[in-house]
Design a protein around this ligand. Structure first.
Ligand code: ADP
Length: 476
């Protein structure tokens, strides 16, 4: 219960204050209710649009008296060879018969046949992305196939629908642009729906994996400012990305960074909905409150991921490469310190915190070692990185606060995007070699029970590590 204000001298004052408080709470409640309703409506709309899309395409097929057109071979003769003018002309004739996509009506989506595949960018268990060329205009795009959701009885690609809905609503220079949604011949199959995205030559993970030298400080600043700009836009619009990582950050040859992959993203209100899935964000970028099983979380989960990305930009290695959820927490505590009632008030109330056995708060080296881990980072840089990697989500800076941070004002200044180095584009030419990083958890997947984890030996292990030994977590 809120304590009596020291300004409330009389009963009347106290009653007045209580009334204001009630009004404020009511206002907050109404705001949250409104955001929740907006999200429900959006979800219903996305599902209705998917159904409309199927119906409209079936209708188109029925109306068409020609036998269904043979599907264009998506791989052109000779990998990477671009199609010639004849093909283009041919397609222009076909265009008259194709339904045109108009914003907001997936039912009128154009056919994927308007594009020629140039090469695969990403092909794996989790999805398919290819570089393609619009036949009519010659414009190069990225085609991303909608994934069916194996956990959904109706096969509805909920992640894909969310991705479409959210990308459709976004317009920002640091967020990948969704140009249109196109469909394949067999429209009864949802995996025949493709997102046509602006094409960017690189993703940051591949660039980092191939760089002989790490980014310069001025380059790290440019990338971080763009990332924070995109994230601030999302958070301003009540969107949580929930899977920020270097492979989801695209980079073009003009030094522009854009956030991609909105499959885990969702709208939230303030306060956030009381029950959000904890199983979000790829393990190495997952915030400690998620690992400890929180059901209410907010924009700070994305800011934790931004902190992990900051560290990765400096070293070219993912910062916290846990093998399991318990191992990830261990690595977090080793770097950021052991949580205490001071550093993270209330953490003991989180569901999985009950299973933790932590060393006494007075133990040596209980604090963060971010400074020691990044000896070349300036004090301001260290302050920002440590802030982003605060165990307590309330202590992490918001994306807007990050944009104003001293680190970006100090020398070396952020490099102008136009002066950014360019790299050979794998996406532009060939299939990528992937460094194996874990993926975001699948929808419907169950959170692994963290089980009883004993962190009490963490410092002994740290010391051992300093002497060259390994670190192993004891499970009790
Ligand atoms: P998934 O949801 O299957 O993980 P993503 O959207 O993350 O799909 O894309 C997977 C990979 O495909 C990215 O890491 C990136 O390498 C590549 N990619 C995605 N979108 C684009 C794009 N617009 N331009 C170039 N490459 C892209």
């Amino acid at each position: 219960m809120a304590s009596k204000s020291r300004w409330a001298d009389t009963e009347e004052d106290a009653a007045y204050e209580a009334k204001i408080r009630r009004e404020k709470e009511e206002k907050k409640r109404l705001k949250a209710e409104k955001a929740r309703k907006a999200e429900e409506a959006q979800r219903a709309q996305a599902e209705a649009e998917a159904a409309k899309l199927r119906a409209a395409q079936e209708q188109q097929q029925n109306q068409d008296d020609r036998p269904p057109a043979k599907r264009r071979k998506l791989t052109p003769e000779g990998e990477g060879q671009e199609s010639g003018g004849a093909k283009e002309e041919n397609n222009n004739n076909n265009n008259a018969k194709l339904l045109r996509f108009e914003a907001g009506t997936w039912g009128k989506s154009r056919s994927v046949e308007n594009y020629d595949k140039l090469n695969d960018i990403e092909e794996g268990a989790y999805g398919w992305v290819a570089r393609a060329k619009e036949i009519k205009t010659g414009k190069v795009v990225a085609l991303k196939r909608l994934k069916i959701d194996p956990n959904d009885a109706a096969g509805l690609p909920e992640t894909g629908l969310r991705e479409i809905q959210i990308l459709k609503d976004c317009s920002h220079r640091n967020i990948v642009e969704l140009r249109e949604v196109v469909v394949g011949d067999d429209t009864s199959r949802i995996e025949n729906v493709f997102l046509v995205l602006e094409f960017l030559e690189h993703d940051l993970m591949s660039v980092l994996g191939d760089m002989p030298e790490p980014f310069l400080a001025s380059e790290v600043k440019t990338l971080l400012l763009q990332l924070a700009g995109g994230v601030a836009y999302l958070h301003d619009h009540w969107i949580l990305h929930r899977d920020l990582k270097t492979s989801n950050l695209l980079l073009n040859n003009r030094g522009q960074l854009k956030i991609a992959d909105f499959g885990m993203a969702r709208y939230v209100g303030d306060p956030p909905p009381p029950k959000l899935t904890q199983l979000v964000v790829t393990l190495w970028y997952r915030a400690p409150e998620l690992l400890l099983g929180t059901k209410t979380y907010g924009a700070a989960v994305d800011m934790w991921s931004v902190g992990c990305i900051f560290g990765e930009l400096l070293t070219r290695e993912p910062l916290l490469q846990g093998k399991t959820e318990a191992d990830e927490l261990t690595k977090i505590f080793e770097l950021c310190g052991i949580p205490s009632d001071d550093s993270w008030p209330g953490f003991r109330r989180l569901p999985n915190a009950r299973h933790l056995r932590l060393p006494k708060a007075s133990a040596a080296h209980a604090g963060s070692v971010v400074r020691a881990r990044f000896p070349l980072l300036t004090t301001a840089g260290c302050d920002l990185l440590s802030g982003l990697l605060s165990l307590d989500p309330d202590r992490r800076p918001t994306a807007r606060e990050m944009l104003q941070h001293e680190y970006f004002r100090q020398d070396p200044k952020p490099k102008h995007e136009a002066m950014f180095p360019t790299f050979p584009s794998k996406a532009g030419q060939e299939r990528r070699r992937r460094r194996s990083t874990p993926n975001a958890p699948g929808r419907g997947q169950k959170a692994a029970e963290l089980g009883a984890v004993d962190f009490s030996g963490i410092f002994a292990a740290r010391e051992k590590e300093e002497r060259g030994g390994g670190f192993a977590l004891r499970m009790v």
